[in-house]
Design a protein around this ligand. Structure first.
Ligand code: GLU
Length: 463
């Protein structure tokens, strides 16, 4: 059997982290078993569905690396298929036309409620043998008694009493299929073997199982994954710092880190926290899924991102940080320079945004270094300038300009003159970088090179 999973977002908003995690589970499960991962756009809610959201969801999936097999399937283009299945159910006696008006159905429900029963349609049109007609709907002839049971991959044994369920509508009076009918027909025709989705859908599952039974179709396995909650265990929202996937992209997160974090949020593999995509594919077999809801922790997400960022080579990071450099008007004109600068900041930044910000100061030509007035006033005192002037000469005279040579030149200047490093470094730092803070001075100078280092010091001295 080929494993087939699907992700079925409704395009009523951008892809959020809950959906992204479901998509990641489906994708990983299919990959792990050498199967297929399909995408279905559940766009039948015409009021709320938007093409721009479909486009945004597709772009987020690609960014996350969760590419699907073939073209996505759009429910709005499949009404003929749904009707064909409804006709089959009518022909086999598993469905019937119902002429009850919505008001009449509501009155039945009201009556059942008043009698202390479950509000449900009473099946009064079942035996009428009606055909199609204006205002009529098609309903499933559901069994009156019994239980629907299934073994959920996350929740274990789940059972529902059929008496809880209605003769649900399959086709509305306007001819549109209902949600559960469309989902089941799609899952059957897409040959889906494993339905993994949020557990907000668990109440739909018994209804869907009745449809599989009525259609005499093989049922998929179900995995209902608990919701992601806020740290206060309430429904996750923006106020908890949760964002849409595209916002994380803009914040400079690495997609593989976001996937790692989200997958780890509902699944474990021993106590391992950091996974490459390859490792996730290797280990994710649909077991060890948590049955209780996990809380979203933006700090941990950043930490995971930092670990992934550190694990990348400078060569791999360069194309990823470039768009962020462009965004802050520091386009990288010299790849070799950027490759020397990246490792200086990799251990101390958590996102591509932070990395680009940190790199910016070292990528600029001397003429474009911006000096922070307060730092200049504080550190480039007459005494500070004198240190910079002498050091500039020493640096200009070095035959080798690697980190050790620069370090040695700097420290021998300090020692030769009986100075303290603390008395010299701030002036040199401001002269070189324009402000306080930043990387190790010798490393920074070695990265930008002798010529640029000396030119920067010269510029500072001319201020
Ligand atoms: N369209 C549904 C949602 O966005 C998913 C339904 C399913 O996976 O069966 O929640």
């Amino acid at each position: 059997m080929t494993v087939v999973t699907r992700f079925a977002p409704s395009p009523t908003g951008h892809l959020h982290i809950g959906g992204a995690r479901t998509a990641a589970f489906c994708w990983l499960f299919a990959r792990h078993f050498g199967g297929k991962f399909l995408l279905r756009i559940e766009d039948t809610d015409l009021e709320r569905s938007r093409q721009e959201y479909t486009d945004s969801i597709l772009a987020s999936m690609i960014w996350l690396g969760l590419e699907c097999e073939g073209e996505p399937l759009y429910q709005t283009k499949r009404f003929d298929v749904y009707n064909e299945y409804i006709d089959r159910l009518l022909a086999s006696g598993n469905a019937y036309w119902c002429e009850c008006s919505p008001e009449k159905v509501e009155a039945m429900r009201e009556k059942a409620r008043a009698e202390g029963g479950k509000p449900r349609y009473d099946g009064c049109c079942r035996q009428k043998g009606l055909g199609a007609g204006p205002g009529r709907v098609v309903r499933l002839a559901a069994p009156a008694t019994g239980r629907v049971v299934f073994e959920d991959m996350v929740k274990g044994h789940v059972a529902f009493d059929v008496a809880e369920l209605d003769d649900m509508v399959l086709r509305r009076s306007d001819g549109a299929p209902t949600y559960n009918l469309a989902v089941v027909v799609d899952d059957i025709t897409m040959n889906v073997t494993h339905v993994m989705r949020g557990d907000d859908h668990v109440n739909n599952t018994p209804k869907q199982i009745l449809l599989y039974e009525a259609l005499d179709a093989a049922q998929p396995k179900f995995a209902h994954v608990p919701m992601i909650l806020g740290p206060d265990r309430q429904k996750l929202s923006k106020r908890h710092g949760a964002k849409a996937v595209i916002e994380y992209e803009e914040d400079g997160l690495l997609p593989e880190a976001l996937v790692n974090y989200l997958v780890r949020l509902g699944w474990s593999h021993g106590d391992q926290e950091i996974f490459t995509m390859e490792e996730l594919v290797q280990f994710f077999d649909g077991t060890s899924l948590n049955s209780s809801a996990a809380a979203f922790d933006p700090e941990k997400l950043l930490w995971i991102n930092a670990q992934h960022l550190r694990a990348l080579s400078a060569e791999a990071l360069l194309p990823r940080v470039k768009p962020f450099l462009e965004r802050i008007e520091a386009p990288c004109a010299d790849d070799a320079l950027a490759l020397r600068v990246i490792p200086l900041f990799q251990p101390r930044t958590s996102t591509l945004v932070e990395l680009a910000e940190a790199m910016k100061g070292l990528l600029l030509p001397a003429a474009e270094v911006a000096y922070d007035a307060a730092a200049v006033a504080k550190s480039l005192t007459p005494e500070g300038r004198e240190h910079v002037r002498v050091l500039k000469e020493r640096f200009a005279g070095l035959a080798s300009f690697d980190k050790d040579a620069v370090h040695h030149a700097l420290h021998s200047y300090v020692e030769d003159n009986g100075l303290k490093f603390k008395a010299v470094a701030p002036a040199l730092r401001v002269a070189l970088l324009g402000s306080g803070g930043g990387p190790d001075l010798a490393e920074a100078m070695a990265a930008i090179g002798q010529e640029v280092s000396v030119a920067r010091l010269e510029k500072a001295l001319s201020l």
